[in-house]
Design a binder for this molecule. Sequence first.
Ligand code: FMN
Length: 152
Amino acid sequence: MKKISLVYISLSGNTESFIKRLTAFLQENHEGLEVEQVNIKDLVKEGQAFFAVNNPFVAFLPTYLEGGNGVDTGDVEILTNDLGKFIAFADNVQNCLGIVGSGNRNFNNQYCLTAKQYAERFGFPVLDTFELRGLQNDIQRIGQKIATLYQL
Ligand SMILES: Cc1cc2nc3c(=O)[nH]c(=O)nc-3n(C[C@H](O)[C@H](O)[C@H](O)COP(=O)(O)O)c2cc1C
């Protein structure tokens, strides 16, 4: 049986909502697939140790940047850094199929910038982006991309 993990951080609940709907979509369309949700904020809050993910996973990262415009300023990640620490833990990066960024288009050049920074830092692709909670077509498109990548 195949297993995929969705590793995410969510501060105001948008990414969490997306992950719940994406999990349902993947399970509906791929019988027998095990989908594990790893909520980094909960791990840290509960004082649990980071662990090695031994199966393929996709990371989901909302954008929180410190002010600025994303060009000459405003490229410093705040609040979500623990996701980067989890990816850097053990050999986790080797099992990461890629990252999905989320944000708000009102931030213009800073839209989903942190996911792009992670892709450069860790050497995996930005698989896609979505805005806020994501729409049903985002769920379908991203779910299908994951299925293709992981040959489900
Ligand atoms: C303080 C703050 C800074 C933000 N900075 C950015 C940003 O630089 N770029 C962007 O695309 N979205 C930015 N956003 C929007 C969030 O990424 C967006 O609301 C996202 O859906 C939040 O996900 P979450 O609810 O899972 O935490 C910011 C939101 C807040 C509250």
